[in-house]
Write a protein that binds this ligand. Structure first.
Ligand code: HEC
Ligand code: HEC
Ligand code: HEC
Ligand code: HEC
Ligand code: HEC
Ligand code: HEC
Ligand code: HEC
Ligand code: HEC
Length: 247
């Protein structure tokens, strides 16, 4: 036992020694970098409020001083270590931003249209809250008609669409029908649409949507997932006549 704890003590002191000498990973480095750059760039913080993480990423984790140039006297005296988004993938796993479906601005590597790299008053270093952030590029009017699907609109973070990439269409985590069924179990089979004799159920998948034959029937063939001018989020005032002649 005593031998074991002596060994532990030795290991521990080596680790402490390393902690305070191994340059990029010490709190003192953080402080030094903080002093050096923050002397003039007073409003800059360190990319994350988590001090443990922040201690690893001083300004120098992303910015490099150009050899032989004086900052700030000379132009381009400080450059980025790598271009965006390569810079981000230096620390964030690239695989999270790749998928069968990639959100256009992510595919273009424009991380900073949504994130402020240094600091933000919003979670995830976002430039603004969702869904306002989304309305920067997506037409707000489509999402704010008379009847709104409040749940969807209030949580437009990862809970509905992955803002980066996904294996499913529309950046969802599940296929559309499965996704709706997470909350609307009772409507999952389509039995709610109309009472048919002999246990027949109105088709909700596996047949083409007559209004858009390139797509299969699904919950969104009849309901708008975001908002609508018709009750129950119907796509139109004609519940059945949109697709059928006789009912
Ligand atoms: C002596 C004050 C001072 C110090 C210290 C300083 N900067 Fe600057 N920095 C400036 C000024 C002034 C500008 C120019 C601002 C402008 O043009 O609006 C600037 C511009 C920049 C830019 C913009 C890109 C460019 O070159 O035009 C970056 C990035 C930058 N600084 C990073 C840093 C980093 C990282 C450090 C620490 C290693 C640092 N600065 C230290 C004063 C300073
Ligand atoms: C995680 C990477 C990262 C860290 C850490 C980081 N920066 Fe930056 N910085 C960037 C990127 C990326 C840009 C360019 C932003 C853009 O293109 O919109 C930038 C731009 C800047 C600019 C010029 C543009 C502006 O916003 O005024 C200054 C000045 C700057 N950084 C200073 C600092 C200072 C000081 C620190 C340390 C406190 C620091 N940065 C830490 C990534 C980083
Ligand atoms: C030098 C390493 C490094 C680089 C480069 C880097 N990050 Fe980070 N980033 C971190 C660390 C560490 C965290 C904090 C993670 C944690 O606390 O779990 C973080 C957190 C984040 C967060 C989440 C903050 C939160 O509150 O959840 C976002 C968003 C982010 N980074 C975006 C970017 C973007 C965009 C780039 C490229 C412009 C980038 N990062 C480059 C290390 C880095
Ligand atoms: C269209 C806006 C948008 C773009 C573009 C974008 N993000 Fe994000 N990002 C978000 C939102 C929204 C969240 C918060 C997700 C949540 O709340 O679950 C987030 C969260 C994050 C996080 C923290 C959560 C996590 O997944 O670890 C990181 C890191 C991140 N983004 C990095 C990046 C990088 C790197 C890029 C560029 C390749 C990028 N983002 C481009 C909107 C965007
Ligand atoms: C910088 C602009 C920009 C921002 C900000 C933005 N988007 Fe997008 N988004 C696009 C573009 C461009 C497309 C592709 C064209 C289209 O379908 O409208 C797209 C497409 C989409 C798609 C359809 C993807 C597909 O596979 O068909 C969804 C879902 C989406 N965005 C959700 C969001 C959400 C949620 C937010 C907010 C967190 C957001 N977007 C913020 C630009 C943006
Ligand atoms: C996170 C849970 C959740 C998911 C996922 C969800 N909904 Fe909803 N939905 C609700 C809640 C809660 C309400 C009632 C309050 C409201 O309108 O937001 C509702 C309301 C509705 C209504 C209106 C009901 C009425 O009586 O007016 C329809 C139609 C609807 N959802 C269809 C869908 C469809 C289609 C999907 C898939 C695209 C879906 N929902 C996904 C939770 C969800
Ligand atoms: C063929 C058109 C159609 C399809 C497809 C469809 N619905 Fe409906 N939905 C309706 C009709 C019709 C009603 C009932 C309206 C009424 O009785 O006033 C309704 C009502 C609802 C309601 C409101 C609560 C209720 O039962 O009245 C919800 C929630 C809903 N549907 C969810 C879904 C989900 C989830 C899917 C996919 C699994 C789906 N719908 C597929 C036509 C459809
Ligand atoms: C978005 C288009 C669409 C809407 C809206 C729609 N249906 Fe259908 N309906 C279909 C499709 C597609 C079929 C399957 C046709 C086929 O198999 O040839 C179908 C089949 C039916 C069937 C036959 C089911 C069977 O198993 O024999 C009935 C009855 C029916 N619909 C009634 C309705 C009623 C009532 C409404 C309004 C509440 C309605 N439909 C709304 C597309 C729609």
């Amino acid at each position: 036992m005593p031998i074991k704890s002596k060994l532990l003590l030795k290991l521990l002191s080596i680790m402490v020694f390393l902690l305070f000498t191994f340059e990029p990973f010490t709190f003192s480095t953080f402080a030094a970098q903080k002093n050096q750059c923050l002397k003039c760039h007073k409003n800059f913080t360190m990319h994350t409020k988590n001090i443990r993480s922040a201690s690893k990423i001083g300004c120098g984790a992303c910015h490099l001083a150009e050899q032989g140039k004086k900052h700030p006297k000379q132009k381009n005296s400080i450059k980025l270590k790598y271009d965006i988004p390569g810079l981000c993938y230096d620390c964030h796993r690239e695989s999270k931003f790749i998928g069968q479906y990639i959100h256009a601005p992510v595919a273009e590597g424009r991380c900073t249209v949504c994130h402020n790299v240094h600091q933000s008053q919003f979670e995830s270093l976002l430039i603004s809250k969702t869904p306002d952030l989304c309305y920067k590029c997506h037409d707000k009017a489509k999402f704010t008609k008379k009847y709104t699907h409040k749940v969807a609109l209030n949580s437009c973070g990862r809970r509905c669409h992955n803002p980066h990439a996904s294996e499913k269409p529309y950046l969802l985590s599940l296929s559309i029908n499965d996704y709706c069924a997470v909350c609307h179990k009772a409507q999952e089979t389509g039995r709610h649409i109309v009472s048919l004799p002999a246990g027949h159920i109105h088709p909700i998948k596996g047949v083409p949507n007559p209004k858009n034959p390139t797509k299969e029937m699904g919950c969104t063939s009849c309901h708008n997932p975001h908002s609508s001018n018709f009750a129950k989020l119907f796509l139109s005032g004609q519940k059945c006549k949109r697709c059928h002649k006789y009912y």
